[in-house]
Write a protein that binds this ligand. Structure first.
Ligand SMILES: Nc1ncnc2c1ncn2[C@@H]1O[C@H](COP(=O)(O)OP(=O)(O)O)[C@@H](O)[C@H]1O
Ligand SMILES: N[C@@H](CCC(=O)OP(=O)(O)O)C(=O)O
Length: 373
């Protein structure tokens, strides 16, 4: 028997486990998961639960006969179902549970990101089980993560977890969707997540689930690049959790990268969404990629999109159109259009701007290793 090497883990439980009949809440599969959480607590391990299932739970209260549930109805289902989902979990534990609802809007704003990070850490220090979900009732398309697989990876980096367990209704990643191709084979270990791995993933057939296997691979990519081992496991099988407690891999293990990104760089790369683009000359590409320089106005040849100070932007080579870097811009697009191509010393003189020397300081600039779309 191995001993698990992780101390703090994020456990993601999908709708298929909360509501096997696609409506209401069920304890059928949660009992084994709850026992696992209790055992982890007794061993002094820390767990953050990311639970789906609010929309499924709410379907019991809000009737809808349409094949595709309208967004506004799904939000109402999530609002009413969230309390049922929380109550369903809470009854298993004699330690307290905390409901933490968030959206992508909370995670891409650095101050709110740090605030929710502190709250989660404080809950763990006080032996409370945080139960996280997206705030579906109010999230709009622009501000939502959209699926709890990606959300669980963001939470895993927020709390500096050692492991992320994504519990689903399938044994792991297969070389094809086993529901379509019954002879598909499970892949026990993935060392590198590349396009070949993504090409194996299909969607979901479940009415109230989101994403299928692709979002789980995206989550694994986010978490492993932060140094977090990620497992996709079958939450319908009790033995899964015994295996995890014995330090074994009962599903697919995506191995953590050995050289993880810093917290801030990771947040820049995986959480922030670019609001616009700046195109730079070849000399600037070289300065940024080879010498770790900051981006100044002198190297900018064009500005695209409409963004504010403090927004994330993508830096592209004007010659090759390759995406080079992503960073937090100190100027708005409107200001940049005026100062592009000018030396810093000229800017204050000619345009009357306060001379912030760098358009993107190197500390706020993340060089993209591969083509970033
Ligand atoms: N390559 C694959 N390997 C395993 N499952 C896959 C694959 N491609 C698609 N799937 C589907 O993904 C489903 C799990 O995702 P989903 O329904 O979103 O569950 P959850 O609610 O747990 O997030 C599986 O039931 C399976 O049908
Ligand atoms: N936030 C939604 C779940 C979204 C989601 O990703 O669902 P799933 O694919 O079942 O993990 C809810 O609580 O219904």
């Amino acid at each position: 028997m191995n001993m698990p090497t992780w101390h703090r883990a994020v456990l993601k439980v999908g709708s298929a486990l909360i509501a096997p009949d696609e409506t209401g809440t069920s304890t059928k599969y949660l009992l084994a998961i709850a026992r696992f959480i209790i055992e982890c607590h007794e061993q002094g391990k820390e767990i953050v639960l990311v639970s789906s299932g609010s929309a499924a739970a709410g379907r019991k209260h809000i009737a809808c006969n349409q094949e595709k549930i309208p967004v506004v109805v799904k939000k109402a289902m999530a609002a009413v179902g969230q309390t049922d989902m929380m109550a369903n979990w809470s009854r298993f534990f004699d330690f307290p549970c905390a409901q933490v609802l968030m959206t992508h809007g909370d995670l891409r704003d650095r101050a709110r990101y740090v605030s929710v990070k502190n709250t989660l850490h404080t809950l763990l220090e006080h032996d409370v089980l945080p139960i996280v979900n997206e705030n579906d009732a109010l999230a709009t398309d622009e501000m939502k993560v959209g699926d709890n697989d990606n959300l669980s990876a963001m939470v895993a980096t927020l709390v500096d977890a050692d492991a992320l367990f994504i519990c689903s209704d399938i044994d792991g990643l297969f070389d094809a969707d086993p529901r379509i191709k019954p002879d598909a084979k499970k892949i026990p270990v993935v060392d590198v997540i590349d396009e070949k791995i993504y090409s194996l993933a299909g969607g979901t057939t479940n009415k109230i689930a989101t994403g299928g296997m692709r979002t789980k691979i995206e989550a694994a990519e986010k978490a492993t690049s932060h140094g977090i081992d990620t497992y996709i496991v079958n939450g319908r099988v009790g033995a899964t959790f015994e295996e995890l407690l014995n330090g074994n891999n009962p599903g697919t293990l995506f191995k953590r990268q050995q050289d993880p990104m810093s917290n801030k760089k990771h947040w820049l790369r995986h959480t922030l969404i670019s609001q616009g683009e700046v195109l730079v000359d070849e000399e600037t590409v070289e300065q940024l990629t080879k010498h770790g320089a900051a981006l100044t106005a002198a190297g900018i040849v064009d500005v695209q999109g409409d963004f504010n100070r403090g927004d994330a932007v993508l830096v592209r080579s004007a010659d090759s159109a390759d995406a080079i870097a992503k960073g937090i811009c100190q100027y708005s697009s409107h200001e940049l259009i005026h100062i592009k191509g000018h030396e810093t010393s000229e800017i204050a003189e000619q345009y009357g701007y306060s001379p912030i020397t760098e358009v993107i300081p190197s500390n706020d600039l993340m060089i993209l290793e591969e083509e970033y779309v």
